[in-house]
Structures are given as C-alpha cells and as structure tokens.
Design a protein. Sequence first.
Length: 394
Amino acid sequence: MNTSDIIIVGGGVIGTATAYYLSKTGARVTLIDRQDVASGTSSRCDGNIVIYDMMPDQVLFARKAQDLFPGMADELGYDIKWKRRGCVLLFDTEEEIDHARRHVAAMLEKGQPYKYMDVKDVRADEPLVGDKIKGGVEVGCDGSLNPMFLAFGLMEGARRNGCRFVGNAPVIGIYRDGKGAVTGVRTERGDFHAPVVVDAAGPWSAQIAAMVDIHIKVEPRQGQLIVSERTGKIARRKISEFSYITTKILSDEYKRPVTWEMQEYGICFVFEPCEAGNFLIGSSRWFNGFDTRSNPHILKLMAQRAIEFFPCIKDARAIRSYAGLRPYSPDHYPIVSGTHVPGFYIATGHEGSGILYSLMTGTLMSQLITKAGETIIDPARWDFARFSQPQQGH
Ligand SMILES: Cc1cc2nc3c(=O)[nH]c(=O)nc-3n(C[C@H](O)[C@H](O)[C@H](O)COP(=O)(O)OP(=O)(O)OC[C@H]3O[C@@H](n4cnc5c(N)ncnc54)[C@H](O)[C@@H]3O)c2cc1C
C-alpha cells in the first residue's frame, strides 16, 4: 500500500507541479509533506509571474516559463486567479533615464512588450505617484496569480491522476539499497517505498539531500511583506522600482541613493493591489536562518521606501505582515536535476522566482524522470553537476 513509482518530498508549488506532470504520464506518485500543501514559502510570498527583473539575455527563457500559465486554470479546472495586466517599473533618479531607454530598446529587440514612459505618461497611468518620480517602464506581458491556489489546483489535478498526498509526515530518513540507490523514505507516519525520490523541500531541501550525503548549499533568504487595510485606489496594477535592474546591470558603476540599511536588507519597493481592495508592500532580502518572524525595523524601512514612490501610502494602515523563506542557491539558478545517487532527484533553489518557474520545473522534472523525448529546456542549465566543483559563498 505504501509503494509507488515516485515519492516527492515537499508540497509547495515545485512539489505539486512535479506531482501534477508526473502523474499525468501515468506514474504512481506519492507526495509527502511534513504539514500540508502550500504550508511553506508558497503561502508566504507574492504571486507575480513576471519577466520585469530579467536581463535581455535571460528574458526569452523567463517568457517561456510565463507563457505556460494562460490556460492553466482551464487545464486544472481550478481558478488560480491568473491575470495579465502588465506592470510598471518606476525610477526616481536622472541617472536612470538613459539607462531605462537603453533597457527598453534591448527588450524590444528581443520582441518583448516593453515601453518607455516619461513622467507625463507615468502620471497619466498612475496619478498618485510622488513628485520625485522621473519616469518608468511598462512591461505589458507580466501577470499574477494566487500562489496557494496554484499549489491547491496542481494538487487537485495530480489527485485526479491518481497521486496520493500524505500530510503531517516529516521525512526523517531516506532508504538505500546495497548499491546506494534510493528505495524509499522514512517519515514520522511510517515508511514509503519507491525507486525514485524527488527533493522538492524548498528552503529545507539541503536537509533532505543531506540524508543521502549530498550537500547542496541552498539557504533560506527571508523576505517580508506588509498587508494594508482596504483603501481607495492607489495604483491600478503591479508597480516596482526600476533599480532592481539598474543595480544589476550597472553593478559597480551605479549605487542606489538609499540608506545603507535599505541596501543591507535589500529593500526594494514593490506594490501589489489585491482583489479585496487592499494591497501588499514588499520587499526585503535577508539571510537570517529559518526565522519567519516579521521584523518591525525592516517593515519600517519597507514602508519608508514605499512612501518615497507613493506618498499617499503614509495614510494607509497595515493590518498584518508576514515573512517567507526564499530557497536561495549559490549561483542564483535553480537546481532541477538527477544526481549521482541513483533514483535521487532535486528540484529546488528557485529563490524569488519559484512561482514563475513552477510549471517549467514540474514539466522538466517529469521529462527527466520518465526520459520522455526532448525536454522543455536544455537541462544542463539547471543541472546539479555544476556544483561538483567546490562553491564560493554568496
Ligand atoms: C516575500 C516573498 C515573495 C515572493 N514573491 C514571489 C513572486 O512574486 N513570484 C515568484 O515567482 N516567486 C516569489 N517568491 C519565491 C517563491 O515563493 C518560492 O521560490 C517558492 O514558493 C518555492 O517553492 P517550493 O515548493 O520550492 O518551496 P516551499 O513552498 O517552501 O515548499 C517546500 C515544502 O517542503 C516541506 N518540507 C520541508 N521539510 C520537509 C520534510 N522533512 N518532510 C516533508 N516535507 C518537508 C515544507 O513543509 C513545504 O511545504 C517569493 C518569496 C518570498 C519569500
């Protein structure tokens, strides 16, 4: 009864997507979580399915991942709240004007729906932006969804295909045969047997990999979010700050004019209007172990940054806040791959893009395990083998 073809450890968006695509092939899949579906980072995040933070050389790849979402609600028979309203990136320094123009030109060359906006365009689009704003960039294809509904919908789809879900069952060991191949897992609710085990435990994936003596340096990188009360309309769609990109591209040549603390905690303005009439404010990036408590000082810095872009936010009340742990890999790319341990696969390290890359990851993992023809992307890109050399720290 506890025997299947494939065991997946972790019921976040990565584990449920992998379960969905594998169960579609007819494989008998068991998905195990120490709590429930979407009880980790996939319920402590935003649901942005965006390419706006990509460089021109990455954008076609990210767009391929994004374009897997339209139609997914129908395929799953589950309303994942997918919407494609586009998003706007704002900048508040003169230095970024020229850079934004060049960035838009490079993206148009790649065929992506980018548009440069001068201050007048920005104000016509979002009348409540602050006086310091110098212009913006519109990315027309960006979208969003509800990440918990995505995980629930994928799980429902997988269940219909025969996948079994076992909750409240922390995996505490992995069984191997005399040749080292995996044969199953030990959980606090008993043993489960399968010749294939997929580690999709997100920020906890290093702990699962260590059970077969594989040491991956995936670390939790905390991010916090503020949830506002219902307000009048502040902005009609997702807004972010352009300096995500300027900081990336200009690297040493460009330093954001922000306090050292904002730099230290990776504070970047992100605004997400919600259907209920309230909004989310992000974002932060902090290595602080597995701590998911909100930190009032970081929340204050996030609010300060938000008010620089939309001064009216100072009058809104926060009703709650939460923090999640991004699974951070040392070279910023996910690991989606087999390993030198026969039957042991890894799907982790998606950091701040795990929702975007969930369907691509599930598809790739299913193709790698079933060895079914051409893969959706070149698997070398996310192969664990790149860590066979000793890695530097982050
Ligand atoms: C504030 C914030 C905002 C974000 N915004 C976005 C965004 O807008 N767009 C985007 O694409 N990405 C975003 N991300 C990133 C995204 O949320 C993650 O990349 C993604 O959720 C990771 O999914 P996962 O399935 O790998 O991990 P998780 O969702 O954490 O799932 C791992 C699961 O493994 C289980 N588990 C752990 N240990 C064990 C064990 N021993 N036995 C059994 N089960 C175990 C856990 O219970 C958990 O359910 C954001 C992240 C944060 C923190």
